[in-house]
Write a protein that binds this ligand. Sequence first.
Ligand code: HEC
Length: 286
Amino acid sequence: MHTLNKFTLSLLAFFATSAFAETTDNRQILSLTEPQRNHILTEMRELLAGTQDILGALAKDDMQAVATSARALGFEMKHQAENPLHEVLPKAFMQLGMPMHKEFDKIAADALALKDPKHTLQQLSTTMGKCTACHATYQIRPATASEQRLDEVAARGAHVMPFALDETTHVFSKIANGGIQQVIVKDKANTQQIKLIREHLSKIANEFKQGDFANSAKIHGGAMPGLAELKQAKQGDLQIDYQDLPDGAQITYATKQQKLLTAIHQWFDAQLSDHARHAMSGHSMH
Ligand code: HEC
């Protein structure tokens, strides 16, 4: 009896917790900046407060107040709340929100015309199905600092690097006496991008040789690890060479000085993490 009880209890505990056992939130992610997230969640809390007002007014049979509260959640609210973000929010999200706002306008109109609380309750129940449907589909995640940084790097890179980040791959390989930086096309037939890669890499290789790393600083900021040491490297201590590759181009950095070697490797690591979406480390060449 004792063991059976224990077994039954643990079984109950299993069923009681299993409804909440999901550890990952698999809903579609809306990646928003802090102000965007705040904007949407403010609308959401107004939606909840508004439905509370409607229910309170219904309980008092105050159909005038029902109409006023419902109107506040209508199409006018959509213009203020969602339209400013329509570039950011997926179309499907906007299409879930729109009918909900329209229905609140209808709830307001019917409340005045029919003055039938039961009818309003039915409408409200249907409309709140739109709240739950959307909540079941989407979650908001604040765009992380690193995501925002990647976007910034890509945007600044677009001004400095003439080739298309999406059609090319950066490969940074740290080697025993320095490093090799390659940019190659994803599609070998993409001669247009190969040409742009070669032009750009040969140009910056020449600048780097003269201690001019302004181009790199423009994309990644002046505080990049290793950059200060590389800038100060004496002629002859840092060997920089440009080469064409069949599908792109490469720059090799070589040194015999430990301090500069560390600087090159740090600089490579920093570029790898900044270009994360478009770059990889050349492990095979270690
Ligand atoms: C078109 C999509 C959509 C509709 C429709 C919608 N919501 Fe939301 N709501 C969201 C999303 C997305 C979140 C954030 C959920 C998350 O990140 O987990 C949210 C969050 C909320 C929150 C939490 C606010 C906070 O401060 O954290 C409340 C409350 C809320 N919604 C109420 C409502 C109510 C009430 C309705 C219907 C009258 C509604 N929502 C309709 C998308 C929607």
